[in-house]
Design a protein around this ligand. Structure first.
Ligand code: NAP
Length: 478
C-alpha cells in the first residue's frame, strides 16, 4: 500500500522531516513507509499550538465538540476498509480484527461525543444561610497522550475522544512500530475542519517527545498506555510538577475454571481471548488455572480448538493468528517456553516458530501443561500465542495464585454458581473481572487496572473525569 502517511500534524498543518523512521510489515519484513522523526522545535510548536487552541476549544459548547467528534467517527467508518488494511500491514493482526478495531474507534468516539454533554456539576447544601456551594468541572488543559502498538487505533481513539469531549486539546505520540495507522486516523480528524492546534500528532524518539511534554508546565496531563516499566519511569517524571497522569499498563490475567462451569463455554472463551491479536493483549489471558477435577477434560477441549487456528499473514483470507510485532517479542516467547520446558512443563501442541518463508515472526498457537505458578512464564506477561495451564486444588488456592501477581488489570473465571460468582469476583484483586466470558473493552465501562497495572480508567464517565478538574466555588451572599 503506498499511501501518503509520511507526515505529522501540528497546528492544523502537515509537517515532514528529513530524518525519518522506517515502518516495517512484520508479516514480510518489508518497509511499508517512512514517518517523521521530529526535532525539539516541532514539539515546541505542537505545545505552543495546543496551548493557544485550548482557550477557544475549552469554551465551545458540548454540542460543538460533539459535532467534530461525530464527523470524525463517520469519516473513520467511511474508510473502514482502507484503515484496516493500513493497520494489518504495520501491526500484523488479521484484517477482520483490524476492521473490527476501526469500528471500535468509532464507537468510543461517538460515545464520548454524547457523554461530553453530561459533564454535570453539583450544588451542595451550605453550612450557613448566606453561603452557596457549587462544584463545576473544567477541562484539565493541554494533554500529552502516548499510545502502544498492540491496539494502535483503539488506544488513540480511547484517549483523544474523551480529552476533546472534555474540552482539552491534545498532542498524541503513537508507538514507532505502528505510527501510520495513528496518522491515518488523525487525517480523518483534521478533515472534519476542527480548529487548528486542537489535535496534534508527533512521531519520533519517545524519550525526546515525552521529556519535552513532561517538562513543559503548559502540559497539564499525561496519559500513557504501555508497559509497566516505562509507566513507572513516567510516573516519577510526573511527580516533578505533580502533573496529572493516568497509566494503562501491563497485565497478567488468570482465567480460573472452576469445576461447576460449562467447560465448552470456558474453552471457547479462553481460546478466543488468548489468541486474539496473537496473544498481544494487555487484558489477554496469561495463564489458565484449571481445577484438578476438570483439568484433563478442559485441556483436551482447549487443544482441539487451538489445533484448528489458522496462522498466517493478516491480509490472507481466514487468518486467525498473525505474526508477532518484532524480534524482541518472539525471542521472549521462545525463551519463556524453553525455560518452562526445562522446569518440567509439557508442550501439548505448538511450542515452536511457525513455518513461514516471508518472516521469522510467526509462532505456533501453543498449549502447555504441568505449569507451576513459580515459573517465569506464569509470572510475566507472555504477550504471545501461548496458553499455559496450571492445576489447582480449591477455590482459595486459585484466588491466592491469581492475587500473587503484582499486576491487577483483568481476571476471568468460569462458574455456574451465583454465590461463587459474587464471592470470587469480590476477592480477586483486579480492576476488571470477566465471568463466564471475556469481553471487557466497551465505551460505557471503566477499563483499567489496579496495583502495577496502572491508575485511572479509560472508557465510561470515569474515563471522561480523567480529563476534568473539579472546582469548588463558595459564594457568600450579601
Ligand atoms: P511500551 O514499549 O511501553 O511503549 C508504549 C509507548 O510508550 C510507545 O508509544 C513507545 O514509543 C513509548 N515509549 C517507549 N519508551 C518510552 C520512554 N522511555 N518514555 C516515554 N515513552 C516511551 O509498550 P508497548 O510494547 O508499545 O505496548 C505493550 C504494553 O502495553 C504491554 O505491557 C501491554 O500490556 C500494555 N497495554 C496496556 C493496555 C491497558 O489498557 N492497560 C492497553 C494496551 C497495551 P516508541 O514505540 O516510539 O518507543
Amino acid at each position: 500500500m503506498t499511501l501518503d502517511l509520511n507526515h505529522n500534524w501540528i497546528n492544523g498543518e502537515k509537517i515532514q522531516t528529513d530524518n525519518t523512521i522506517s515502518v516495517v510489515n512484520p508479516a514480510n519484513n518489508q518497509v511499508v513507509g517512512e514517518v517523521p522523526s521530529v526535532y525539539e522545535e516541532h514539539i515546541q510548536d505542537a505545545i505552543d499550538s495546543a496551548s493557544k487552541a485550548f482557550e477557544k476549544w475549552s469554551n465551545n459548547t458540548a454540542e460543538t465538540r460533539q459535532f467534530y467528534l461525530e464527523e470524525w467517527a463517520k469519516n473513520l467508518l467511511d474508510k473502514q476498509d482502507s484503515l484496516a488494511k493500513i493497520m494489518t500491514e504495520e501491526q500484523g493482526k488479521p484484517y477482520a480484527e483490524a476492521f473490527g478495531e476501526v469500528e471500535v474507534c468509532a464507537k468510543f468516539i461517538r460515545w464520548f461525543a454524547e457523554e461530553g454533554k453530561r459533564i454535570y456539576g453539583e450544588i451542595i447544601p451550605p453550612s450557613s444561610e448566606n453561603q452557596r456551594i457549587s462544584v463545576i468541572k473544567q477541562p484539565v488543559g493541554v494533554c500529552g497522550l502516548i499510545t502502544p502498538w498492540n491496539f494502535p487505533g483503539a488506544m488513540v481513539a480511547r484517549k483523544v475522544a474523551p480529552a476533546l469531549a472534555a474540552g482539552c486539546t491534545v498532542i498524541v505520540k503513537p508507538s514507532s512500530e505502528t505510527p501510520r495507522i495513528a496518522i491515518a486516523i488523525f487525517d480523518e480528524l483534521i478533515a472534519t475542519g476542527i480548529d487548528r492546534g486542537v489535535a496534534n500528532i508527533l512521531t519520533g524518539s519517545s524519550t525526546l517527545i515525552s521529556d519535552k511534554l513532561f517538562n513543559d508546565e503548559r502540559i497539564k496531563k499525561m496519559s500513557f498506555t504501555g508497559s509497566t516499566n516505562i509507566g513507572k519511569t513516567l510516573m516519577s517524571k510526573a511527580s516533578e510538577q505533580v502533573k496529572r497522569i493516568s497509566l494503562e499498563l501491563g497485565g497478567n490475567a488468570p482465567a480460573i475454571v472452576l469445576p461447576d462451569s460449562n467447560l465448552d463455554n470456558a474453552a471457547d472463551a479462553i481460546v478466543d481471548n488468548k489468541f486474539e491479536n496473537s496473544g498481544q493483549m494487555c487484558n489477554g489471558i496469561n495463564t489458565v488455572l484449571a481445577h484438578e477435577d476438570i483439568k484433563e477434560t478442559l485441556t483436551q477441549k482447549i487443544i482441539e480448538r487451538v489445533n484448528k487456528i489458522k496462522v498466517g499473514p493478516g491480509d490472507q483470507e481466514g487468518t486467525q493468528v498473525g505474526p508477532l510485532i518484532n524480534e524482541k517479542a518472539i525471542d521472549k516467547v521462545e525463551s519463556l517456553i524453553l525455560e518452562a520446558k526445562k522446569q518440567g512443563a509439557k508442550i501439548e501442541t505448538g511450542g515452536a516458530k511457525a513455518d513461514n518463508s516471508t518472516s521469522d515472526l510467526f509462532y505456533q498457537p501453543t498449549v502447555i501443561s504441568n505449569v507451576k505458578h513459580s515459573m517465569t512464564i506464569a509470572q510475566e506477561e507472555i504477550f504471545g500465542p501461548v496458553a499455559p495451564i496450571i492445576a489447582f486444588k480449591n477455590e482459595n488456592e486459585a484466588i491466592e495464585i491469581a492475587n500473587a501477581s503484582p499486576y491487577g488489570l483483568a481476571a476471568y473465571f468460569f462458574s455456574n454458581d451465583i454465590n461463587t460468582v459474587y464471592r470470587v469476583s469480590e476477592k480477586l484483586e483486579f480492576g476488571m473481572i470477566g465471568v463466564n466470558g471475556t469481553q471487557l473493552s466497551v465505551p460505557q465501562a471503566p477499563f483499567g487496572g489496579i496495583k502495577e497495572s496502572g491508575m485511572g480508567r479509560e472508557g465510561s464517565h470515569y474515563g471522561l473525569d480523567g480529563f476534568l478538574e473539579l472546582k469548588y466555588i463558595s459564594l457568600s451572599l450579601n
